[in-house]
Design a protein around this ligand. Structure first.
Ligand code: ADP
Ligand code: MG
Length: 792
């Protein structure tokens, strides 16, 4: 058992704006526990933070300042936890802090660069690397990904890919067994045999989460996400299995309701979230106080799920994420205060070993066989399951004489052989039954004799024959009908099978389908066979494929608008950058593959040369009757050192290629995710703008086409608002018509078609803004709209 308090770390996020000096300081004296001092500017100290204190000091295991990179954070925080999970202990890492403080960045990673990948992908990489190294055990890895929103759990790894809102995902519920163990019903566990498979699951969950999010439910800041790696291990031949779970938790934003400043629906959500974090706080307070017998875990789903992680069988680590800007100081202080309480909680982690009954049975069966063999060796006779004929006969004789023996002291001696004992009982039972039947028969034959029946009359026979014939016919008809039905069913099954196969091809394995859009997906035919398993790179999430593929179903007009939207979108730069990096990596990998091939054939040649030399020397030795020299000559030594050098080169290149493969896979997933995000934002924006247009445009209300679209002050305002709102990435410079894409069609299917509201004025009559970029966008957009009109 390992007793340990929850480890607390702090991470300070780089500020968005220029660094505000003197707000905090970090004291990291080697001998002392590191501390973070938050210094309040005077105006704030006098104000809402109260008590007129000017500084607050908090101790942490370690504090990561703004410049700490993801690698450092992983090495110091996650690696030790992953290490204990590999040893069989449960582990949890959770990030706590206000929205925007870097929780998701720390746990999952940034959406842009490979180097920004967070704790989850790095931990997966580390764990799979370790599993590969350790051949002394058999490991099995499963992944689950749970989102808790408004006290409801959702399975993010639902492979059906149909979620357009959170409610479409399978609902996960909590079940508690009599031993108070928590079970999560409906949360699927997916086996991952490689790092790539696990990474695909992470991206599948993140994409499901993104798609399910709507502007009204910004679940990402208001929900808790728990990514769990379930690891089982056992030594070959042993029946003991070790189970360990690693929860990587991205909690909801910890900001207070007052600060969110929202009303209505959003307020309810904020309250819920605060309620759930409030319950977390209560659990933590209860745990940090001595002698508290009741810990209110059951109050919320999140505390129930994380029960083991908090004060239980788990090694737990908290990362307090801080955005130390002036306006966030009160929240940062409250995050640090929370961490200080968490640090008081003691956990007791134990090895979770379990005996697998199936394995025990197997082991016992083996043991029995071994014992039988041993017995056979000792007694010198091969003992089989069944008794021999002679043995059976002898036993039956014994039983007969036993039964016939009138002596009440007589015994049936068969020796200490259970097979013989069983057979005796069996035989006695049989004798008893036979006797009973005999008695019954005598009774019934007696009664039969008494009321002896007359033979059946000829007429009755005929009647019976007719009925029999009729039934025969009926049966024949039914058989024919059945045959036809069966044939039909088989055909239907065959068709369904084909459908299912097609369906499966597009659905499963869920995360492995290729994306035809990316023609350049890599298959390095030139790479060596061991290194060339790049097929996975071409196989990707069908969800991503489906989402990206949706664009092809858009009308041309909508596609044009999408192109403009995409061009203007901030993320397109990232996508382009990543594309460039990908290209570089592809060519690097290709070149590496070729070099590896060369090195391999060189190694082959060198080995061949050395063997040839040996043969020559032996031949020379025989022909000249000389002993073959034991030591290799100079030439051979040279060849050997060349061989070693080539092997080293091969190994280095191979390792690099392996790392490249992971990087390429990660980058592709990042790009796909960014594309899905872009598409989703476009659809949301398009639908929103279409609604605005419908509400605000007098042209819609009156359906008066003769009225110029932009002449009223309201619509003029609408235009200018849309055109001037350049800072908002969502507010594009184009106006939408109802989007014909499937997603937004779903949303607006009940609304009035907006074709009539589309301005039909010539491009030249639109008031231009004078900003050439904006103006060209207006023109591009109007053209797009006109093309929509023409098509409709
Ligand atoms: P949260 O999940 O706490 O709401 P995010 O992780 O989404 O916050 O972070 C908000 C923004 O800040 C994101 O754009 C993220 O990329 C950026 N960010 C957060 N932490 C860091 C960091 N340590 N270094 C660089 N950028 C960061
Ligand atoms: Mg987040």
């Amino acid at each position: 058992m390992v007793k340990q308090t929850i480890q607390i770390f702090a991470r300070v996020k780089p500020p968005v704006r220029k660094h505000q000096q003197g707000i905090y300081s970090i004291d990291e004296d080697e001998k002392l526990i590191p501390s973070l001092e938050i210094i309040l500017p005077r105006d704030l100290a006098d104000g809402f933070v109260n008590n007129k204190r000017e500084s607050y000091k908090f101790k942490f295991q370690r504090i990561f300042d703004q410049d700490a990179n993801q690698e450092t954070v992983f090495e110091n925080i996650a690696k030790p936890v992953a290490g204990s999970v590999l040893a069989g202990y449960n582990g949890t890492i959770f990030a706590y802090g206000q929205t925007g403080s870097g929780k998701t960045f720390t746990i999952t990673g940034g959406a842009e660069r490979y180097s920004d990948r967070g704790i989850i992908p790095r931990t997966l990489s580390y764990i799979f690397e370790q599993l590969q190294k350790d051949s002394s055990k058999i490991y099995t890895t499963h992944i689950s990904y749970l989102e808790i929103y408004n006290e409801c759990g959702y399975d993010l790894l639902d492979p059906r890919h149909e979620a357009s809102s959170l409610e479409d995902l399978p609902k996960v519920t909590i079940l508690e067994d009599p031993d108070q163990n928590i079970h999560l019903k409906n949360l699927t566990l997916h086996q991952a045999t490689t790092e790539e498979e696990a990474l695909n699951l992470l991206f599948l969950g993140d994409t499901n989460r993104m798609i399910a999010e709507t502007p009204m439910n910004q679940a990402s800041t208001r929900s808790h996400c728990i990514f769990t790696i379930h690891l089982s291990s056992k030594e070959p031949g042993s029946a003991t299995v070790r189970h360990a779970k690693l929860h990587l938790v991205d909690l909801a934003g910890s900001e207070r309701v007052a600060k969110t400043g929202v009303g209505g629906h959003l307020l309810t959500e904020a309250k819920y979230i605060n309620l759930s974090l409030h319950y977390l706080e209560q659990v933590i307070i209860a745990l940090s106080e001595k002698h508290r017998s009741h810990i209110p875990y059951r109050n919320s789903m999140m505390t129930s799920v994380l029960r083991d992680s908090l004060g239980g069988n788990c090694m737990t680590t908290m990362i307090a994420t801080l955005s130390l800007e002036k306006r966030n100081l009160d929240e940062s202080i409250s995050t640090c205060r929370f961490a200080q309480r968490v640090a008081l909680i003691k956990n007791e982690a134990v090895l979770n070993e379990e005996i697998n009954p199936r394995l025990v049975i197997k082991r016992l069966q083996k043991e029995i066989q071994e014992l039988k063999d041993e017995l056979a060796m000792v007694t010198g006779e091969q003992r089989t399951e069944a008794l021999t004929e002679a043995e059976l006969l002898q036993l039956e004789k014994l039983i007969t004489s036993f039964l016939e023996d009138q002596d009440s002291d007589s015994r049936l001696e068969v020796g200490a052989d259970m097979r013989k004992v069983h057979h005796c009982f069996h035989h006695l039972k049989k004798l008893l039954n036979d006797k009973k039947i005999l008695e019954n028969n005598t009774v019934s034959s007696e009664s039969k004799d008494q009321d002896c029946q007359e033979p059946l009359k000829e007429e009755e026979y005929r009647k019976l024959r007719d009925i029999l014939k009729q039934r025969d016919n009926e049966i024949n008809i039914l058989v024919n009908m059945l045959k036809k039905e069966k044939k039909k069913a088989q055909e239907a099954l065959h068709l369904a099978g084909m459908d299912r196969r097609e369906f499966r091809q597009s659905q499963s394995p869920p995360f492995r389908l290729g994306n035809p859009e990316e023609g350049q997906r890599m298959r390095l035919s030139s790479a060596p066979s061991q290194a060339q398993d790049f097929s996975i790179l071409g196989k990707r999430s069908s969800l991503l494929h489906k989402k990206i593929g949706m664009r092809e179903e858009m009308s041309l007009g909508c596609q044009e608008a999408f192109e403009i939207f995409k061009r203007d979108h901030a993320d397109s730069v990232t996508i382009d950058d990543n594309k460039q990096i990908l290209k570089q990596r592809f060519s690097e990998a290709k070149a590496l593959g070729e070099s590896i091939n060369e090195a391999r054939s060189k190694i082959g040649h060198l080995k061949e040369e050395i063997t040839q030399r040996h043969i020559q020397q032996v031949a020379l030795g025989i022909s000249e009757n000389m002993a073959v020299p034991l030591m290799p000559d100079q030439q051979e030594e040279k060849l050997r050192s060349q061989l070693e050098e080539e092997k080293r080169r091969y190994k280095t290149m191979f390792t690099r290629l392996k790392a490249l493969k992971v990087e390429i896979e990660h980058l592709q997933l990042l790009m796909d995710k960014a594309k899905v995000k872009l598409q989703k934002e476009f659809e949301v924006w398009w639908a929103e703008e279409a609604t605005n247009l419908q509400v605000n445009s007098p042209a819609v209300n009156s359906l008066d086409h003769t009225k110029p679209f932009l002449q009223t002050s309201d619509s003029q305002h609408e235009w200018s608002q849309l055109l001037s709102n350049k800072s908002d990435v969502n507010a594009r410079k184009i106006l939408p018509s109802p989007c014909p894409s499937p997603h937004s069609q779903k949303q607006s299917s009940t609304s009035t078609p907006l074709e009539d509201s589309i301005p039909k004025r010539p491009v030249s009559s639109i008031p231009l803004t004078g900003d050439s970029q904006t103006d060209s966008d207006i023109i591009a957009f109007i053209k797009a709209r006109q093309s929509i009109l023409q098509k409709q």
